[in-house]
Design a protein. Structure first.
Length: 295
């Protein structure tokens, strides 16, 4: 059985901390480097429900995409919700490790997993990492569809193939428009509109899109039409957990570690319900028709 320090060294080769944004907090949050690791759980969010799941599973290591603490804290007392997570993990000898923007920028990374879930072919990063001479790392991905789809069909495919959430998929654009190319970015993609425009794609799928950036993108007709698909933040990043688990399994096989690697299927998107408007527009009607059982 490997020690935690050996596993985190392997994780550092998959998602080097040097790729993380300056404001980010990645790496090991809790855990004894000398502790042995047999069972690993991947999840998007280090919330209490996931900590409890890790304990129940008998995991020695929980690896999440989102940081537990992004800013400094002066307490991990168990009467704070984050402190309670820390207590739960430490009491049960579960280490916590975070791969956030370093996993976004890695090759393969979060948006590769999102593209894979959607069944579109990655062509290049949307925002290449200037320090990468191969041009393969970076934020978001520019992708091609194997065959053109209408925006209606693409939205249906996204609703079908991304993990089910209360939100589903919100759509902005002409449902009959032909989509051949799409930019995807796991997590909040609001800040990437200029890069999406510059890439010349027909559509952009991301999460957490706000009113004004979407409205401006829709009004900016001189830049040409751009269809927008807004999925739940969790749903755009969960596919990475499966990719990351398979990467760690490959390392485990290579090293002869025999790790047991699991992926949490608990939906930790904070939105828990969705009420369609009483008088559906074409888009809300599409949302209703695109609702399918979780994969
Ligand atoms: Zn995220």
């Amino acid at each position: 059985m490997p020690r935690l320090s050996e596993v985190t060294s392997a994780l550092a080769t998959l998602w080097p901390a040097s790729l993380a944004e300056g404001w980010d907090a990645v790496g090991t949050v809790a855990g004894d480097p000398d502790a042995e690791v047999r069972r690993v759980l991947f999840a998007v969010d280090p919330v209490q429900e996931i900590a409890d799941e890790a304990v129940k599973l008998g995991a020695d290591l929980l690896i999440t995409h989102h940081p537990l603490y992004l800013r400094g804290t002066t307490t991990v007392a168990a009467d704070t919700f984050k402190g309670r997570v820390v207590h739960t993990l430490i009491k049960h000898d579960v280490a916590l490790h975070v791969a956030h923007t370093n996993a976004d920028k890695a090759d393969p990374g979060v948006s590769d997993a999102l593209a894979g879930a959607l069944g579109v072919r990655v062509v290049r990063p949307l925002v290449p990492d200037p320090t990468d001479p191969t041009g393969r790392r970076g934020l978001g991905r520019v992708c091609e569809l194997d065959a053109p789809l209408t925006l209606r069909e693409l939205a249906g495919r996204a609703a079908d193939r991304l993990p089910a959430t209360a939100q589903g998929i919100r759509v902005a654009g002409d449902l009959d428009a032909t989509i051949r190319t799409i930019a995807v970015s796991g997590g909040s993609g609001d800040s990437l509109f200029d890069d999406v425009r510059a890439s010349g794609v027909d559509a952009f799928l991301t999460a957490d899109l706000r009113h004004h950036p979407v409205s401006e993108a829709r009004e900016n007709l001189s830049a040409g039409p751009l269809a927008l698909l807004d999925a739940a933040h969790w749903a755009t990043e969960w596919p990475w957990c499966e990719l990351a688990a398979s990467q760690l399994e490959a390392v485990s096989d290579r090293e002869g570690w025999d790790l047991r690697v699991h992926v949490s299927r608990t939906v930790t998107d904070p939105w828990t319900a969705h009420a369609a408007s009483a008088h559906p527009s074409p888009t809300t009607a599409l949302a209703a028709s695109a609702t399918r059982t979780p994969s």
